[in-house]
Design a protein around this ligand. Structure first.
Ligand SMILES: [Zn+2]
Length: 87
């Protein structure tokens, strides 16, 4: 495991913590079947479903294909469990 992988894991853990907090605040979400908005601590994130995968416009998702917003959305929707996330 490289140093940057360790950095990824620690930032992923903090994203999961943040996602848990978002899930407890469902008023942050507006969700339709293939689009969602999350009012995060750093502004509004736009998520959309494409080819059965959610994508998010935040920087972390563009780099790592996972982010707190999508984890929270999946948890909220119970679409998939967190341990089934492809990361
Ligand atoms: Zn995101």
């Amino acid at each position: 495991m490289s140093i940057s992988d360790k950095g990824f894991i620690s930032s992923l853990l903090s994203k999961i913590d943040k996602a848990k907090r978002y899930v407890r605040e469902p008023e942050r979400f507006s969700i339709t079947s293939d689009q969602a908005q999350v009012h995060s601590d750093h502004g509004t994130r736009n998520l959309m479903k494409k080819d059965n995968q959610w994508i998010c416009d935040c920087n972390f998702h563009q780099e790592h294909l996972v982010c707190s917003h999508i984890i929270a959305l999946k948890e909220l929707n119970k679409i998939e469990k967190i341990d089934q996330l492809e990361i």
